[in-house]
Each structure stands twice: as C-alpha cells, then as structure tokens.
Design a binder for this molecule. Structure first.
Ligand code: BGC
Length: 413
C-alpha cells in the first residue's frame, strides 16, 4: 500500500524554513560518477538564481532507498522542497494532498507547448502541474566492449536466440559475458528487456502495462523466464549486491563483454572519457531495436511554509526546464532532453539514436513505459512483480511456477 494517510498532518508543518532562507532541499539518488556530475549542474543553476542548494542524496540505484527515506521524512512533517519521483507515483503523492502547484511557472514558460502531451499528463495531478520533468532515459540498451568481443571471436547478439552462443564464446575466452549487479531493480531491468525482446512491444504492453492475466501466464512469458535464467549462467560469482556503476566499470575496463542497463550507464562511459562507436557500443538490447522503454526522471515539489518557498520552487522548476539545463544535464547523464527546442548538436551518436527512436516509436508504435523504473504501474504492483522476478533469478524455481506467481503478483494494489 502506498497510502501514507497524511491527510491528518497539517500541511503547515511540512518543510519549515525560516523566511528569507530560500533554501532548496532536493532529494535524489544520483550518487555514481556520471550522476553526481549531472546533479552538480542542477545545483549550479539553482544557485545561479539566488537560492541555496541543500543536497539530500540517498544512495541506491533505482531509487528504492530514496523512496523509503522520502516517505518517512514526509510523515514526520519534514518534506524536502523537491524530490525525484516519477511515473504513476506522482499521482499517488498528489492524492496525499502534500504537493505544491507549479501552474504559474508552467504557464509563464509554456510547458504545455514544449512537452509531449503524454509527458505533461504524467506531471499533472487533477490538471495542475505538480512535477517537472528532467529527461528521457531509454532502458532497453546493451552496452558492449567491442574489443572484448573481438578478442573472443564473438558476434554481438542481435536476438535473445543469438545470446547463448556469444556468451559462451566470451566465457571460453576468459571474460565475464554479462556485467551485472545482483540487486532486485537490476534483475528487473534485465528482465523487462527480455520481455520486450522475446515477446515484442505489444506483448510488453499487454503484460507489463495492462497486466493482462492471459499475457502474464502465457507460454511466451515462460520463454521469457527461460531466457532470463540463461543470462544467470553468464554473470560472475561476485555479482550479488554489486552497484550498477561498478558493473558498468567492468565493461569499461574490459573485464566483461556487455551490460543490459539504461542509458545512465552512458554517463559512466562519458565520465571515464570513453567515446561511443570506438571504446564502447550502445546497441538496443537483443530483439528490441524497434522499441523504446522510456524512463522519465522528474521532481515533485512539496507544499512548504515560508514566504520565500514559492519563488525558490519556481526558480528550481524553471531551471530544470530551461534549455541550458536540459542540454548540460543530459550530456552528463546519458539521457536526452525531454522538452523541445534543445539543440542536439553537442550530443553523441547514442543520444542521437535515442532521440530518433523516441520520436519514431512515439509515432509508429513501440514506445512503452519501463516497469522496472516505476513508469508503468503503481508502486505496490511494481514491487510485487519485482519480488517474483528477483526471487526466480536467485533460485531454481521453474519458469512455470514463476509465471503463476507473476500473474498473482500483478493483482497487488
Ligand atoms: C533513474 C536514473 C538513475 C538510475 C540509477 C533510474 O531509475 O531514472 O536517473 O540514474 O535509476 O540509479
């Protein structure tokens, strides 16, 4: 259950700041090398507008830890100014009655005109902006070290059917085929790319977004679990609990051949001075070339006390949507700008591919929300499905059993 039962807490007790302080406290989970560089750009721009940045970073990829900390902060009446929250959870927070309204900032800066309609809708609660979007991340990527594949005489897999032969060759040549961190959200991230690659975008939509029981318990889903199990054979024995950026480092330094991860991984390659197309390849995860799993980072803003709070919040939101921020932040973060009117000239080929595929799939089909990154279904459902996925990955459960558990978990509200 998400419900915090906050109605009883007087909003007046939320986020007490002395008048005149103009402090902007921002909760986020951007703590890896590439992420921290990106967050630093946000701090710079907020401070350039005359506010004081108070960093509230909660380490833990995927944001699970951050969400736990956020809930306890809000319940105890100390909501931060803004917090990294995305997807359907924005509606859940909206329903708690604790969010501030950004409509005047949005109107003054023409957000409705600059954002795709589907994105704007996610940022609004009951028709009013309560959140500001930062970027568009693509999740269905495969990060490849081409040198490793060359040394092993292996072909980069284009489909999941190609995957075992390639992984076998890498392993025989002494490499770790798949760089992975054994954390539930990372397992789930790999899983959703397999759902997409094995079943296609419609199957993904039916099973992971509409939660259609037929799709969830289909033979195709059994095949997805079989494929997922086959990936397990090709990760190393030290994967348990490894952070995602350390897994990316294994691809960067030539220990491992590939990683299935969203394009925040590109932030790590960029921070290490690596060049796409030369030092590493960004390719769609097997079988997913024509699809795009989107993950849009955004910040919700909380009602605050203090006369200077609305201006500070408006400054923060306007900074996030400014073309200058959208460019520099996304160059570091690995994502692409979420609003129109930002030049892509400085972006690399991975970002340009992403931008093109985002536009093409939005028009022609294949654009789907990432379930592992909280874009598809409510938080409680996401959590229940993630539990099934991760416990399958870490046990010898049969695919048949897992499929039955998945269909049951999808009913969690
Ligand atoms: C967020 C990214 C972040 C990644 C790893 C994702 O859910 O959208 O911004 O870099 O998790 O922490």
């Amino acid at each position: 259950m998400f419900k915090l039962k906050l109605a009883a807490i007087a909003v007046a007790t939320l986020g007490m700041h002395a008048a005149g302080a103009a402090e902007v406290e921002v909760l986020h989970w951007w703590t890896s090398g590439g992420e921290a560089k990106s967050a630093a750009e946000l701090k710079k721009m907020v401070e350039a507008r005359g506010n004081k940045w108070k960093d509230f970073a909660v380490a833990g990829g995927g944001g699970e830890n951050a969400m736990t900390v956020l809930k306890s902060r809000v319940v105890s009446g100390k909501a931060p100014t803004a917090a990294q929250v995305k997807g359907p959870s924005i509606q859940e927070w909206g329903a708690e009655g604790v969010l501030a309204n950004l409509d005047s900032t949005a109107k003054a800066n023409n957000w409705d005109g600059l954002l795709p309609g589907v994105v704007a809708n996610v940022m609004k609660y009951k028709g009013s902006y309560v959140a500001v979007p930062v970027n568009v991340h693509r999740v269905n990527w495969m990060w490849v070290n081409p040198e490793v594949f060359k040394k092993a005489g292996a072909e980069v897999p284009k489909t999941w059917a190609d995957f075992p032969a390639a992984a076998e060759k890498l392993q025989k040549a002494g490499f770790i085929p798949v760089a992975h961190g054994g954390q539930p959200w990372q397992d789930f991230t790999v899983f959703e790319s397999i759902v997409l690659g094995v079943g296609g975008a419609k199957f993904y939509e039916d099973s992971m977004v509409k939660l259609d029981p037929k799709a969830l318990s289909s033979p195709t889903m059994e095949k997805v679990f079989d494929t997922f199990r086959s990936v397990r054979k090709y990760i190393d024995k030290d994967a348990a609990n490894r952070d995602w950026n350390l897994a990316t480092a294994m691809v960067i330094n030539g220990k491992a051949g590939m990683q299935f991860m969203g394009d925040w991984a590109k932030g790590e390659f960029t921070a290490a001075g690596k060049v796409p197309g030369k030092d590493y390849l960004c390719l769609a995860a097997p079988g997913t070339e024509k699809s795009f799993t989107f993950n849009i980072d955004s910040f919700i803003v909380f009602k605050q006390q203090g006369a200077d709070a609305p201006k500070a919040q408006s400054d923060f939101a306007a900074a996030v949507m400014s073309p200058e921020f959208q460019e520099v932040f996304n160059l570091n973060k690995g994502s692409i700008p979420v609003r129109s009117g930002v030049s892509m000239a400085k972006f690399d080929d991975c970002a340009k591919t992403s931008a093109k595929d985002f536009a093409d799939t939005a028009k022609g089909g294949g654009l789907v929300p990432s379930i592992a990154h909280q874009m598809a279904v409510p938080a409680a459902t996401t959590g229940a499905i993630q539990d099934v996925v991760t416990s399958f990955f870490n046990s010898s459960q049969s695919s048949k059993d897992a499929v039955a558990k998945l269909a049951a978990a999808a009913k969690t509200k």
